[in-house]
Design a protein. Structure first.
Lengths: 502, 607
């Protein structure tokens, strides 16, 4: 029995350096995400935007979720919270009091996500879950300020095992396994046409996707390859034999898969957050090799200069009179306390059943317990192109101005009903893309939100235009084109809603 | 006389007048902690009604009606569980404030939580709540933890603290105190019902404010005496704050004035139905306690049995020393000498044998373990009452049990030591703090003036800009002190109440605020008795001007509340809300009772 447990522990342990690399990239992703959201703070997070708190709360009566963004509906306060979140993400990046900072970052990210779920995509869920599992792992033991300030003389081990690392393995595996199980339900995935239909979804397709459509036979092979890789791949992340080489190969394979997603589809940062999760599976020597390789390639002084700048800045800050009190030596403790291990173990099981419920509803978690998942925002549903969607769509919002000009309010250009060359590129950014697609194709979301979206569009337009160019009325249409293996139908437009500006 | 000398004399005088004794601040802190905890406990009976989405103020309503710049952490969730959790957190930090553990941090968090609690439902905020909130705000700028606190017990600085603190924090706290009375005083002088000398009469005569004692007193006293009382109150409000800081004979005059204030508030407590305000305003007097009273009190505590106490402790464990330091502080036996047991071989032997600390009292008797604790209680001027309790068999064995557990398991000690760290107490307000306190002193002065000027005088020439007022909204230091007085000059006085008539399915009409007894539109003998408690009273009186906004939620809550407890034909299907008022006329006369049906509301149909 004992050797078996030992082996299992070995299989599911992760390298401290790789965990640190994952931490660094998580922090970078949070910061980039925050920056990309900044232009739309007002639209998405304030009471003057598309989802005022009043509306949000009326939609989430009795929901156990908690959001700090609900404290106040002003632009200034939301910006303030963004700054706080950015600050903590920076601390996470440099690994300062990592445990505490991870917790705060997780709390702030959950708050941000709950404040407006209509702009979220799979990438957000993955990032949030990575932070969640990070709560149960020592992310700050290497490559961090914590490790510089480590007061303990004991040498840290290379690898660490905790229920948190098990959770991370399980989480990554579940993403692929449960999407694969879902895919098995659809004949298109078995007969090899699924990827063809996915690439035809013009609301997400990038130019590369359109190029790929020219090779139908390749797509057939790819469909089956993806399906089987998603099923088998995760097993090789912790395979009892040839563990390390298989793990590296699988990780690289999954990263490749994600990068091809990125090349084909406009789906937010899902490929990136999934790839970041894979970083933790590499052996720690990888980073040293990459570093020395970089050192060799960039023999130029610039690289060394860059490293030196960081070093001197750190020395200057940490010894300065003002910041000295913040650089107190502490012991780095990589052992996860028993209670957290128990909690993490519980959530591994919990998430397994949650995922199972998404594929086989009869096994789903009873309502009583599902509120735990909602409260901690660890709910997940990996449908990633599983149900084949056989249409493409794009919005047209004709608006009548006071001087009787008709424009398209969605992109502020003269109205045209022609198909855009790339329907996935008509949106201001990926957040707006998610929001508008959610709104226009899901009737219940449309009914609940369209009035506020329309009001926002009116106000936003009218603030910027002179009296005779004021918007008086908006109509909302969605254009569909239906895809079959042989052809794509002529676009048909569907009327959704009509709004008079006040 | 040189300039320097002049300056130091002026400083001394200012310190005498506006400075606050650190011991008074400590007592102040303890009472604030108690007030917050008591308030939370009293409030907790109605958490569901006032702070959750199922109550009369769901979050959506709060967001729709509250000022844009108010913040409330309590908005993070509308669930009862989360609100209870926040109450517990607030209670925990109030306790830390009470014992003075990391006092400034505890003060700031307690303040933030109280602001958050109050902005969550402003309809139930009364004068007492408002004042407590502002006191806490000013406490952020004051060294509340300099005496009689965990912080002071574990003070690592060897510098002797001064007796008093003079800072803009102290001045701000005084100004806040004064403005409460000055503003309401000014409003009262300006209002005819008060300036004609009938203020007390109008407040007590059959209104929602007076209780039974108040009514009885009114019937007993002739109108002339009420007039004298009215003017006495108005003069006390106007001159009282000045007399507290009178430059000559400061302390005698101050004690006299404090007595007057205290008497006035005791009068409120007994005659009026405003439960919280008299307590808060009495606590607000504590910082004015002069130093000489403390000096005398402390001198009287220095009896030989307290001066000659010795405690020996095991220096191996940091934890022991810290606990003994804290005990020494809170038992009020600061002269006790603490010595590591190692320094005395005979003592050391006893300690090693018994694993104990040792107390030696002034008769040179040695005590160990729980007896040592008992002997300290005996010496303590405030814990004498504790000894009979300690002597009972149950407590003795429990105490010994706990003691052995703690002494054996040093793990607890090590963990706790991390939380109990030596820190130095710095009572000086930083430059930034000084600037902020000075700014907010001016701010509250202007704000209160603005209230009087725009609301009471109805002028607009010099009113404050909205942006400037927003600063006050963010910190929730905006304040209104219209105690028993209306803004307008004439200000007819009315007795106000509501009748909440519910129709049962069996055809009966019942009064929901009277436990379902039959409805009566007669005026109740004591209007203050018709409410469930002060929060419901405040709520129903504050929504009077906004009935259309609040009543749908109120009636929905009442329907659910009643129907969840009753079955079948006893269930109610609609609520009629009547607003009642009756004009109070001079000379014990009353106007007609006016009855207005504000709205009829249907209960939700049950599935």
């Amino acid at each position: 029995m004992k050797p078996f447990i030992q082996k299992a522990q070995e299989l599911f342990s992760l390298d401290l350096k790789s965990l640190a690399m994952m931490r660094i990239f998580i922090a970078i992703l949070i910061i980039i995400d925050l920056i990309l959201r900044i232009p739309d703070i007002k639209a998405f997070y304030t009471d003057e935007g598309v989802l005022p708190r009043l509306l949000l709360i009326s939609q989430s009566v009795n929901s156990p979720t908690i959001s700090l963004h609900n404290l106040n509906g002003s632009y200034q306060f939301q910006t303030f919270l963004f700054l706080i979140a950015g600050f903590f993400a920076f601390l996470l990046l440099v690994g300062y009091r990592t445990k505490f900072v991870t917790f705060i970052s997780w709390l702030l990210l959950c708050s941000l996500h709950i404040r407006n779920e209509l702009v979220l995509s799979g990438g957000d869920t993955v990032l949030r879950l990575l932070l969640f599992w990070s709560l149960f792992m020592p992310l700050g033991a290497r490559y961090s300020i914590d490790s510089i300030l480590n007061s303990s003389k004991e040498k840290l081990p290379e690898k660490v095992f905790s229920m948190g690392t098990v959770g991370l393995f399980a989480q990554v595996a579940f993403i692929y396994w449960f999407t694969a199980l879902l895919k098995l339900k659809y004949p298109e995935w078995l007969d090899g046409t699924a990827i063809f239909y996915s690439l035809k979804e013009s609301q997400y397709a990038k130019p590369f996707a359109i190029t790929l459509l020219n090779y139908p036979d390749l797509l057939k092979i790819l469909t089956l390859a993806v399906l089987w890789f998603e099923i088998i791949g995760p097993f090789f992340l912790a395979f009892p034999f040839f563990t390390i080489p298989l793990r590296i190969a699988t990780s690289l394979g999954l990263i490749t898969l994600q990068m091809s997603f990125f090349l084909c589809f406009e789906v937010g940062f899902f490929p990136w957050s999934c790839s970041i999760a894979m970083l933790s599976f590499f052996p720690g020597t990888t980073w040293e090799k990459i570093y020395s390789r970089l050192n060799k390639i960039l023999t130029l002084d610039s690289f060394q200069f860059f490293v030196n700048v960081i070093k001197t800045t750190y020395t200057k800050v940490s010894t300065s009179q003002m910041f000295k009190p913040f650089f107190v030596e502490r012991t780095v403790n990589i052992k996860t306390p028993l209670i957290l291990n128990v909690v993490a173990a519980f959530f591994v099981v919990y998430i397994f059943f949650w995922n199972l419920g998404t594929v086989y509803p009869k096994y789903s978690i009873p309502n009583k317990f599902s509120s735990i998942g909602y409260a901690l925002v660890i709910g997940q549903h990996w449908f990633m192109f599983a149900p084949p969607v056989k249409f493409g769509c794009w919005p047209t919002f004709p608006g009548r101005l006071k001087d009787e000009t008709i424009i398209d309010v969605h992109n502020s250009k003269p109205l045209t009903w022609e198909r855009p060359a790339l329907p996935s590129q008509v949106y201001k950014n990926q957040r707006w893309q998610t929001y508008v697609i959610n709104l226009t194709i899901l009737p219940n979301i449309l009914n609940a939100n369209i009035y506020h979206y329309a009001t926002y569009l009116c106000n936003n337009w009218n603030k910027r235009h002179p009296e005779d160019k004021k918007l008086e009325e908006i109509e909302f249409y969605i254009n569909f084109e239906h895809n079959t293996l042989e052809e794509t139908s002529e676009p048909e437009n569907r009327f959704l809603y009509k709004h008079e500006c006040k | 006389m040189s300039n320097e000398e002049n300056k130091s004399r002026l400083n001394k005088k200012l310190n005498e007048i506006f400075g606050i004794d650190l011991r008074s601040l400590a007592l102040f802190r303890i009472f604030i902690g108690i007030l917050i905890i008591a308030d939370l406990i009293i409030r907790s009976a109605d958490i569901k009604a006032f702070y959750t989405d199922e109550g009369v103020m769901p979050r959506g309503l709060q967001m729709g009606t509250s000022v844009k710049w108010h913040f409330s952490i309590h908005l993070i969730s509308g669930l009862l569980e989360v609100q209870i959790f926040l109450f517990l957190i607030a209670g925990f930090f109030a306790f830390l404030l009470l014992i003075g553990y990391r006092t400034r941090l505890a003060t700031i968090i307690s303040w933030a939580l109280i602001v958050s609690l109050q902005t969550r439902n402003e309809m139930i905020i009364d004068g007492g709540d408002q004042w407590l909130r502002l006191i806490l705000f000013w406490c952020i700028f004051l060294p509340l933890g300099a005496c009689y606190s965990v912080d002071s017990a574990l003070n690592s600085s060897s510098e002797k603290l001064p007796k008093r603190i003079l800072s803009f924090g102290a001045i701000g706290l005084f100004l806040q105190f004064a403005l409460v009375y000055w503003t309401t005083g000014a409003l009262k002088w300006h209002n005819e019902s008060w300036s004609s000398g009938n203020g007390v009469y109008y407040t007590l005569y059959e209104t929602q404010y007076s209780n039974e004692t108040g009514q009885a007193l009114l019937a007993l006293l002739p109108l002339e005496v009420l007039k004298i009382l009215t003017f006495a109150i108005m003069w006390l409000w106007t001159l009282g704050p000045l007399l507290l800081v009178f430059p000559f004979f400061t302390y005698p005059i101050r004690i006299l004035t404090m007595t007057f204030f205290l008497m006035a508030h005791l009068g409120f407590l007994f005659c009026l139905d405003i439960e919280f305000f008299p307590y808060v305003s009495s606590v607000a007097l504590i910082p004015f306690l002069p130093s000489n009273i403390w000096d005398k009190l402390i001198a009287s505590l220095k009896t030989p049995n307290r001066l000659n106490l010795k405690i020996y402790y095991d220096e191996q464990y940091d934890f022991c020393k810290k606990v003994i330091l804290i005990v020494r502080t809170f038992f009020l036996i600061p002269e006790t000498t603490l010595t590591p047991a190692k320094q005395d071989s005979s003592i050391n032997e006893i300690m090693n044998q018994n694993k104990t600390w040792i107390v030696i009292d002034y008769k040179n008797t040695k005590y160990i373990k729980l007896h040592a604790f008992k002997s300290l209680c005996e010496a303590s001027p405030i814990l004498g009452f504790f000894i009979p309790i300690l002597n009972t068999q149950a407590v003795t064995s429990l105490g010994e049990n706990i003691y052995t557990k703690v002494s054996k398991n040093q793990l607890l000690g090590a963990k706790t030591t991390q939380l109990l760290q030596y820190r130095s107490i710095n009572i000086k307000l930083s430059m930034a703090g000084t600037l902020l306190a000075a700014f907010f002193s001016i701010y509250i002065l202007l704000f209160n003036f603005d209230v009087f000027y725009t609301q009471s005088l109805q002028k607009t020439k010099y009113k404050l800009s909205e942006e400037f007022k927003n600063i006050g909204h963010i910190l929730y230091i905006n304040q209104f002190w219209h105690m028993f007085v209306t803004y307008d000059k004439k200000g007819d006085r009315y007795a106000l109440w509501n009748v909440i008539l519910a129709k049962q399915k069996n055809g009966k009409e019942i009064d929901l605020f009277n436990n379902g007894k039959p409805v009566s539109f007669e005026k109740h003998k004591n209007l203050c008795d018709i409410y469930r408690n002060r929060f419901w009273k405040k709520y129903l009186l504050s929504i009077r001007s906004f009935h259309n906004t609040f009543l749908p939620y109120f009636t929905l809550y009442e329907c659910n509340r009643w129907n969840s407890k009753h079955t079948g034909a006893n269930k109610i299907y609609s609520i009629d809300f009547y607003s009642m008022n009756q004009k109070i006329l001079p000379k014990h006369e009353l106007g007609e009772i006016e009855k207005v049906l504000v709205g009829k509301y249907q209960c939700p149909v049950e599935s």
